[in-house]
Ligand binder design. Structure first.
Ligand SMILES: NC(=O)c1ccc[n+]([C@@H]2O[C@H](COP(=O)([O-])OP(=O)(O)OC[C@H]3O[C@@H](n4cnc5c(N)ncnc54)[C@H](O)[C@@H]3O)[C@@H](O)[C@H]2O)c1
Length: 336
């Protein structure tokens, strides 16, 4: 059994606690939250575990092998650094850190201490995203051309981060998994309408190698919830609609063929292909259940997680570049 302590029992922490509790290889043995009412909620659901209101108490609990961090991003680096320094493996929520340097330091520290560092990029473990990965790997889409996502709804306004830091990590982690191409530059536009400096609506463009492009539209100001992603290939295209209860993924045999003839150099022939659509069967499991099993497997067998520090760092690089670009009304910022 691997003993796990969780810091943060707000909105997301309870989902982690439930999945850690249900996993046969993990034992949820402590929860820490600075808010007394949250600790009360823990004690109702898990009466037999240790409760702490100060994270230092979790670091000094010698029974704990792994620390999971589900607190706001501004606290991630310090808590993860202390966890690794105290010899614990770490599960950290998205986005991994607020700066690229902090993400790099955590990767280096985890490697030096020989500890597993897992970043919770939940969507990578959904049945829909895994199915799309299979379809891409089988070559069904042809050459990939674009990733185009709309992730909008009304709220939940965050106090400390803009909408890019809140919602775009989901798309950036999906993009990194499905289309692991070199990212070259980022352009982001948005505006703060409410005088608090927090941007509630933004469009992020990511320029990748071979002219592949990603557009990510995120907003807390939409009257309806939309979770739609289009993935365009030279042969086929995918519509992934996460708000659908079934048939979340649809594969369209549609595309455009452009032909230049030598004789008619300036004459472009455009042919549209319109074929069938199919909705593949998708494995029905809770993403966090699969993710915690994968985490346990990494802990037990010393494996590198699918969404480890490097995946977390790549997301943070785009977020930081987006933040810079926002200040200059979308001027592209290079990604190192
Ligand atoms: N993977 C996902 O799909 C997903 C979904 C939602 C949120 N998240 C991430 O989870 C993290 C938490 O988000 P949330 O919405 O649950 O936030 P939240 O504000 O609802 O909860 C955070 C909790 O942490 C506690 N806390 C804060 N600082 C603490 C500290 N230093 N020591 C002890 N307790 C502390 C707070 O009292 C609060 O109860 C964020 O990084 C967020 O991006 C991930």
């Amino acid at each position: 059994m691997i003993n796990i302590g969780l810091i943060g029992f707000g909105y997301w922490g309870p989902n982690l606690a439930r999945n850690f509790f249900l996993n046969p290889d993990l034992q949820l043995c402590a929860v820490c939250d600075a808010a007394a009412d949250r600790l009360e909620a823990v004690s109702c659901q898990y009466p037999d575990i240790n409760l702490y209101c100060d994270a230092d108490d979790i670091f000094s609990d010698s029974a704990i092998d792994v620390i999971a961090i589900a607190t706001p991003v501004s606290t991630h680096f310090e808590l993860a650094q202390k966890s690794l320094q105290s010899g614990r493996h770490v599960w950290i929520e998205k986005p991994m850190t607020q700066t690229v340097a902090h993400a790099e330091q955590l990767i280096e520290l985890a490697a030096r201490k020989n500890k597993v560092l897992m970043v919770d990029h939940t969507f990578v473990y959904t049945g829909a995203v895994r199915k799309i990965k299979d379809i891409i790997e089988q070559g069904d889409l042809g050459s990939l051309i674009y990733y185009d996502s709309t992730r909008v709804n009304l709220g939940l306004f965050q106090q400390d981060v803009n909408v890019i830091w809140d919602l775009a990590p989901h798309d950036l982690s999906i993009l990194g998994y499905l289309m692991p191409f070199e990212k070259q530059a980022v352009s982001a536009t948005g505006s703060h309408y409410y005088g608090n400096g927090i941007i509630p609506k933004s469009l992020v463009t990511i320029y990748m190698q071979d002219n592949i492009i990603a557009h990510i539209n995120v907003s807390w100001l939409a009257p309806v919830k939309i979770r739609q992603t289009l993935i365009g290939g030279s042969d086929k295209m995918i519509l992934y609609d996460d708000s659908q209860p079934s048939e979340k993924v649809k594969v369209y045999d549609k595309g455009v063929d452009l032909n230049f003839s030598k004789e008619e150099l300036y004459h472009l022939k455009v042919q549209y292909r319109v074929g069938d659509m199919y909705a593949p069967k998708i494995e029905d499991h809770e993403a966090l259940a699969l993710e915690t099993s994968h985490f346990a497997d990494c802990l037990l067998h010393g494996k590198e997680p699918l969404t480890g520090g490097q995946a977390g760092l790549e997301v943070v690089q785009v977020l930081v570049a987006s933040q810079q670009s926002l200040k200059n009304r979308g001027a592209p910022v290079k990604i190192n």
